[in-house]
Design a binder for this molecule. Structure first.
Ligand code: GDP
Length: 372
């Protein structure tokens, strides 16, 4: 069943995120509901089952693949009696661990406070109800009020700080002058940094974890006689917390202001078509979807083709489609120049470079219509 497969993939990704954050996953629980329970997200029977398991096996944390509402989080913590994380919180945590520059750290801190603020509020309404409206002027309220005020002050301070850095970065981008700007975009972990290194012979951090790159790196690259600027951007991911989309505005500005996008896809990943859609969705949100683009299907060396038997022709499963068939499908389907490479083994690099050269040259020419 196809949605069963999707579910497994989503949980694979969540497990990978958890691993990136430094956790190891012990067990998975799933439940089919027509819609999430408004109070506890999952049904009470399932919550019970998880609680028993957590107790028995001394599990420290339970992670949910969706963003939980403040009250769902609170109720679940009461019911399961263990620390609960949702997808947003997990991603924020990874970003916090990986932020290198003061800019990235400021962005993550802002996103974390914005995530926290409504959760503090709800905690208080919950308390209010418990106290039945009597004696509400106790220290509890003052404390939470103070916390909230401190957080709000901190949020506006961080926003000011970001505005200042944004302005500096905009100036920096302007100072880069007339050089054509190319941005690598793609789902997280598809090989953007590896490709950046291979093209610019630089040493950008590449690691088999999600979001190895949080800050943008810009390198000057020359292909043939054509120089251009190549930017590596933060990886996109399904259900990226809205707080982060907003706060990584300046990182995304690199994409928004690029002349050419190189959309890198990990063709060895089972869900690569979902990843393409996710990335296109984000590009649409930041209004960068009409830019010239090159589709780069990476990791052809890792592509596994598992035809179950000779007469097994069911085209539904990706495992039954060979790389050649994928290539044909995508070449004919894609309205963009398309190339299949291995960034790791530098396979098909001449083809890739020619493609980039041609596109960059087109942009050059369009800028200087009177030069011949
Ligand atoms: P990014 O998050 O998109 O920047 O991805 P990275 O460049 O950090 O790469 C993520 C992982 O994929 C690393 O372990 C890389 O070594 C690996 N990788 C990158 N390109 C290839 C490739 O062409 N083939 C294979 N097999 N692995 C690759």
């Amino acid at each position: 069943n196809q949605s069963e497969e999707k579910l497994t993939e989503y949980l694979d990704e969540l497990e990978f995120l958890a691993y990136t954050a430094g956790a190891s996953v012990d067990k998975r629980f799933t439940q089919r509901l027509t819609k999430p329970d408004s109070k506890t997200f999952i049904g009470s029977g399932k919550a019970q089952e998880i609680r028993d398991y957590v107790k028995e096996n001394e599990i420290g944390t339970v992670i949910f693949d969706d963003e939980l509402s403040p009250s769902q989080l609170k109720n679940l913590e009461k019911e399961i009696e263990v620390k609960i994380l949702d997808r947003t919180n997990l991603i924020l945590d990874i970003f916090a661990q990986r932020a290198q520059t003061s800019y990235a750290r400021t962005q993550v801190e802002l996103a974390q406070y914005e995530y926290l603020l409504p959760r503090l509020t709800r905690m208080w309404t919950h308390l209010e109800r418990q106290q039945g409206g009597i004696g509400m002027r106790g220290p509890g309220e003052t404390e939470i009020e103070t916390d909230r005020r401190i957080i709000r002050d901190r949020i506006s301070l961080l926003k000011d700080k970001l505005k200042t850095i944004d302005r500096q970065m905009a100036t920096q981008r302007n100072n880069r002058g007339k050089m054509v700007r190319v941005a690598l975009v793609g789902y997280t972990n598809v090989g953007k940094s590896t490709l950046m290194n291979a093209l610019s012979k630089s040493d950008v951090f590449a690691e088999d974890k999600l979001f190895a790159t949080l800050d943008t790196t810009v390198r000057k690259v020359v292909i043939g006689n054509l120089p251009f600027l190549l930017t590596d951007t933060v990886g996109f991911i399904r259900k990226l917390p809205t707080q982060l989309v907003e706060s990584f505005k300046s990182t995304l500005d690199e994409v928004r202001e690029a002349d050419l996008l190189i959309h890198v896809v990990d063709i060895s990943h089972e869900s690569f078509e979902d990843h393409i859609n996710s990335v296109n969705q984000t590009l649409m949100e930041i209004e960068a979807h009409q830019k010239p683009m090159i589709m780069v299907f990476n990791k052809i060396d890792a592509f596994a083709y598992e035809k179950k038997s000779d007469d097994d022709l069911s085209p539904e499963t990706r495992k039954n489609i060979s790389l050649e068939e994928w290539m044909k499908t995508w070449m004919s389907k894609s309205k963009y120049p398309t190339v299949f490479i291995s960034a790791l083994k530098k396979e098909n690099f001449p083809e890739l470079k020619k493609m980039i050269y041609d596109e960059v040259l087109k942009i050059h020419i369009s800028r200087f219509p009177y030069n011949d």
